[in-house]
Ligand binder design. Structure first.
Ligand code: ADE
Ligand code: ZN
Length: 351
């Protein structure tokens, strides 16, 4: 009996290890990662020191402890501190290249990165500060590592539509360099409808639209993202399950939802990974994929998000592959690149 029990545990562990290795080695696409969210406490500390920015923390350890939050608003405050210590194009380029290093380690082959311009413009830098840093980093990531993708400036929703309008004017001259424009930061009480006229101009300029919706906000915010600003993709969207008609609509239209499991747990959208509704979303036929959101703040890069979900829910290899495909198809890569990524994935699956 003992031996049987042991061999059962042993087999379970082997299964676990093979799943972990499978995820780690799988070629991946990430569609939801905020550039400053990749900056861990150590890097923040280093940049603050380099730029003589006085932090209210006396040591890295204190800063690490402060990387804890109870909700989105508290998190955004800490996230904003990260933007304070970035004081040159080179700093932002370095933060981005540091993330690409992680992409190499995690076998992320294509990534679409969120950023803000408003924060830096308000600090007195030109919008080009962000555009040049990220464009330069993506150019080098492609050249050095073969990683493709691009960046997606977001309007900071709690600053309102007038500021978003000004941001758009700053972004339009650079529209060839950006993949999409999004809506991020404190979600409630700022539904996408508040930004309707600005996003109409975004569409008129031929730029794709994404929005955080249904992270903390109710299903009505997701409806608003669909009806008022005609999103091409939704960030999070997990609260759609509270509205059957919305689920039906999302299943029918297959609008991609970039789900971020560890972020959801850190920001208390769910109590734990085992409570996460991703398996239900998948079963219902929603077009979901897994992402890291702010990996350094939530202590989990893309692999750890996937592994966490595989270890704590019913999701297995087939679902992981299915979501990896969703990420490729839901990306803003051109069809040729999508085909390349799909064939890399199917070669891997067969190997
Ligand atoms: N900015 C960075 N991370 C975010 C999140 N999870 N939701 C909204 N805005 C963000
Ligand atoms: Zn996000």
């Amino acid at each position: 009996m003992k031996i049987l029990l042991f061999s059962h545990v042993h087999n379970q562990n082997r299964l676990k290890i093979s799943m972990i290795e499978f995820i780690k080695n799988m070629p991946k696409v990430e569609l939801h990662m905020h550039v400053e969210g990749s900056m861990d406490a150590k890097m923040l500390w280093k940049l603050a020191h380099k730029n003589n920015y006085k932090l209210k923390y006396n040591s890295v350890e204190e800063l690490v402890k402060a990387y804890k939050f109870n909700n989105l608003t508290e998190f955004i405050e800490m996230y904003m501190l990260g933007t304070r210590v970035i004081q040159s194009e080179q700093d932002l380029y370095d933060v981005c290249m540091n993330y690409f290093q992680t992409c190499v380690e995690q076998n992320i082959r294509h990534t679409e990165v969120h950023c803000d311009i408003r924060t830096y413009v308000d600090y007195g830098y030109p919008a080009e500060f962000v555009i040049n840093a990220l464009h330069g980093a993506f150019t080098d990531a492609k050249k050095n590592y073969g990683i493709t993708g691009g960046f997606m400036p977001c309007f900071i929703r709690h600053l309102g539509n007038d500021v978003a309008q000004k941001d758009l004017e700053l972004l339009l001259p650079h529209k060839e360099k950006i993949l999409a424009i999004g809506l991020s930061a404190v979600e409630v009480p700022y539904p996408p409808s508040l930004f309707k006229d600005t996003f109409k101009k975004v569409h008129d300029a031929g730029i794709k639209v994404i929005a955080h919706a249904g992270e903390e906000g109710p299903p009505e915010y997701i409806w608003s993202a669909i009806k008022d600003i005609q999103v091409d993709r939704i960030d999070h969207g997990v609260r759609c399950l509270e509205d059957d008609k919305l689920v039906d609509y999302l299943v029918e239209t297959q609008i991609p939802l970039t789900v971020c499991p560890c972020s959801n747990v850190a920001l208390k959208v769910f109590d734990s990974l085992s409570q996460h509704t991703l398996p239900i979303m998948l079963k219902k036929g929603l077009n979901v994929c897994i992402n890291s959101d702010d990996p350094a703040h939530f202590g989990a890069n893309l692999n750890e998000n996937m592994i966490g979900i595989a270890e704590n829910t019913t999701i297995g290899k087939n679902e992981i592959i299915h979501m990896a495909k969703n990420a490729i198809n839901g990306s803003f890569a051109d069809q040729a690149r999508k085909d390349e990524l799909l064939s890399e994935l199917s070669d891997y699956k067969l190997s």
